[in-house]
Design a protein around this ligand. Sequence first.
Ligand code: M6R
Length: 610
Amino acid sequence: MCGIVGYVGRRAAPGLLIEGLKRLEYRGYDSAGIAMSNGHGLETRKAKGKISTLESLVNGNPIHGSVGIAHTRWATHGAPNECNAHPHTDCTNTIAVVHNGIIENFGALRTMLQKQGHTFKSETDTEVLAHLIEAALDGDDPLEDAVIDALNLVQGTYGIAVISSRDPDKIVCARKGSPLLIGLGEGEFYVASDVAAILQHTRQVVYLDDGEMGILTPQGYEVLDLNARRIKKGVSRIDWSLDEIEKGGFDHFMLKEIFEQPQTIQNTMRGRLVIEEGFSKLGGLNLSKEDLQSLDQIIITACGTSWHSGLIGELYIEENARIQTETEYASEFRYRNPIVSDKSLCVVISQSGETADTLAAMREAKRRGAKTLGLVNVVGSTIAREDDGGIYLHAGPEIGVASTKAFTSQVIALALFTLKLARLRNMSVVKGREIAEAMLALPDQIQSILDHAGDVEAIADRFKDATNFLYLGRGYNFPVALEGALKLKEISYIHAEGYPAAEMKHGPIALIDEEMPVVFVAPHDAVFEKVVSNIQEVKARGGKVICITSQRESVLEGMIDHEIRVPQTIDMLYPILTVIPLQLLAYYIAVKRGLNVDQPRNLAKSVTVE
Ligand code: M6R
């Protein structure tokens, strides 16, 4: 969602903070701002639009200091404009606050503060924090005391960083429900909502947990709870390289991440496949053989692309391990009355590990007695820290808002988990070995699809002006159809629907005419013949058929307008191959429409609000 970065030390902070914001821009980007404390009061600059606009503003009207906070916003309360951009200040310009999250009782707090004489400048929920801290500041009490008093009045979620002209060498930060970490340097310290913002300066970080507050000065840092008691925290080391969060010669992060997939899925598999035994080694599950054998239900919960990989996982587990499995939208699961017992396992899938709905669903499942297993990419993220066990994806940082490499790594992680589960229950070694061997071949197979990306680009050129798209698939490839449609919608703004191919005749078939491109995900698997009938139905109505298939099929001759071939694999692994052309198709269409694929409108990389 929004992004926070802050710095205390001896260096000039503005350039450093703007650099940090640029690395966070993928989280949200409708406006941005920076505030410095420099011994002469607070100075603030804010701008609507991208970080580059803020940067030009600061270049034209410089701001000085070595203690500062900065923010890139994705609007929740109040329109995206300069006034609503963070940092927000109090009446006397003594306090500046940046905030991720939502203050749920901000209406009541705002009314209370207005009655006390406070004047508000913005429409945001965040501004109440600046005024609450102003109201709580008492004599020479340190800033952290006022922040504690203010936060004790607040309901909702926050990751905040606060500076004050009365305590000019200090940043106070606090977390409840919105990620925040402290970066440790030599005589300098950082606060950030995401490690990407500070990785070029330090790899040593302390993750704040909910209910914790950090106090940073050039002399050091400490972590307190909201009763001002000191907490001892461990220091984590971040292994991601700076290269991994840069574009590496590609025009966009999304394209780079699509092309990384041969390597990223290899990283997900590395050291985990035991070919001879047709088995997988997953060290972090924290589930004994007996636990896995006695499970009677699996709930998979996630959002967006991660939910799509969950649908594939459900098919894997039911087909191979014969355990009843349901994949649920995290946002729905948390608000119903699901059947969960101590024999249930809740598999939580999230690239970021910070998605608010997914985190809440995991907590709900735990509360109801289930064990939880996180499939997460971002090491040290909240889901990764709160789950009972986990499988890290090891896909490296995913910056493009449209998720690509995380999806294929999630499906691989689900296949690894299924192998382990199924082999402990009912799967033969021969079957296990067949799956493991097919998995090993996938990186080269993905590469061979990427080597023909130009063919997909040509199809994108043909359909870039379409206004609607239909994506159809069956079995393992129905979730791929959903994922293809989501990719196209989010970055090209073309209306697209994913559907089970056979369901088309129950309604969507009415949409088909000469203007409608229909993408069939139809590799040669157990349901191929069935999909052929669905292709015929579309062709008979004049639809334009783009078919992702796996081998030359004479039956398709004359029925399809464009063909994209993927290599052959076993049925369950086709999604890892068939999704690649769909990612490329969405990417090229968006680029040809002149859109910013890495930062599509209205979207944020991780959705840390409900
Ligand atoms: O970080 P998560 O995997 O929990 O994110 C879930 C969704 O917000 C995410 O997959 C979203 O749908 C992507 N923009 C899809 O490309």
